[in-house]
Write a protein that binds this ligand. Structure first.
Ligand SMILES: [Zn+2]
Length: 319
């Protein structure tokens, strides 16, 4: 069977010593690009969607189509995951749609966007686990706050509330989550760090400490795109205006995998690749109006970026 829980995928990653990439999609075409990459690389993959973020008005139909699409890829182990569920209801809708995994991000209060108390985070996360586990669905929680677009601000390490190993242990014991997003120095969005190229962003010793306390829980790195400077340069050379910044280098992600990170969220890099390819095409071919040709170029760039990350994370060949 193609669809797997997040726990099943990450258990295999743990024994294989690699990480599984989790790629955000907001249209069926992007999901096809991710699944094509997984098939070509023979890689397990996590396809993830954020509630309210898609090209379509009708979420129920979009999620149902996304779930059906996975059945077209019988050779690839896939988890269909809700990224950053902000409420019990977000998670309930995703489970109803057939997702095999949900994230409940109760690290911030959705009403105020302030960091939640530990108790409030535990309470909401536990309710989602009680809904999901009897239905065979995995749950990812978040502890600490990962900076960047999630908080509506551009990221610097000052805005990150780092995860605490003692609290991580208590959180997992109280909630029973399968996977835990830990704030260890990454930042969301396309504008990450502006201080210096190649800076050490990830607190590898902190990952090691948390991992030691939580041998049965899978650690997740959010906001860990690399923000390739050539993609940003291409976008800006063809009419775009993306602020140049630095992400998490592939080498640091490799160190994180060696230390025990098993799921790596990669939204921004493939979005930058798509935008760069499309901007370049439209500006160099001003007469072009055929949608298939436009979409085809963008999808190839998207797919190739996903495939590259699968090879870097060591999941290529593991399907
Ligand atoms: Zn995230």
């Amino acid at each position: 069977m193609t669809l797997h829980t997040l726990r099943e995928l990450l258990e295999r990653a743990e024994s294989g010593g690699y990480a599984v990439g989790a790629f955000n999609v907001s249209s069926l075409d992007q999901a096809i690009a991710v699944l094509d990459a997984a098939e070509a690389e023979r890689s397990p993959v996590i396809v993830q969607s954020i509630a309210g973020m898609s090209a379509y008005d009708d979420e129920a139909r979009w999620w149902a189509r996304l779930r059906r699409l996975i059945d077209d890829y019988p050779t690839v182990p896939v988890a269909l995951h809700l990224d950053h569920g902000r409420s019990y209801d977000d998670c309930a809708r995703a489970i109803e749609a057939g997702f095999s995994s949900v994230m409940i991000d109760a690290s911030r209060d959705p009403a105020t966007d302030e960091p939640s108390t530990f108790e409030a985070n535990v309470a909401l996360t536990s309710r989602v686990v009680a809904l999901a586990h009897p239905r065979g669905v995995s749950v990812e929680g978040e502890l600490g706050t990962i900076g960047g677009a999630e908080a509506g601000v551009s990221g610097t390490t000052e805005e990150i509330v780092f995860a605490d190993p003692d609290q991580a242990e208590q959180f997992v014991a109280a909630t029973g989550v399968d996977a835990l997003a830990v704030a260890v120095g990454t930042s969301h969005g396309s504008v990450k760090f502006t201080d210096a190229e190649g800076g050490q962003r990830l607190r590898i010793p902190l990952i090691a400490q948390i991992k030691e306390r939580l041998p049965q829980t899978f650690l997740v790195l959010h906001g860990s795109s690399s923000v390739p400077s050539e993609a940003v340069a291409t976008i800006n050379a063809h009419g775009g205006r993306v602020r140049p910044s630095y992400g998490i280098s592939p080498e640091q992600k490799g160190d994180a995998i060696s230390t025990g990170i098993r799921k790596i969220n990669q939204g921004t890099d493939s979005h930058l690749a798509w935008t760069a390819a499309l901007r370049e095409l439209l500006s160099t071919r001003p007469d072009l109006v055929e949608p298939g040709e436009q979409l085809g170029v963008a999808l190839i760039a998207f797919r190739d970026m996903v495939a590259r990350r699968m090879r870097e994370f060591g999941s290529a060949g593991a399907a």
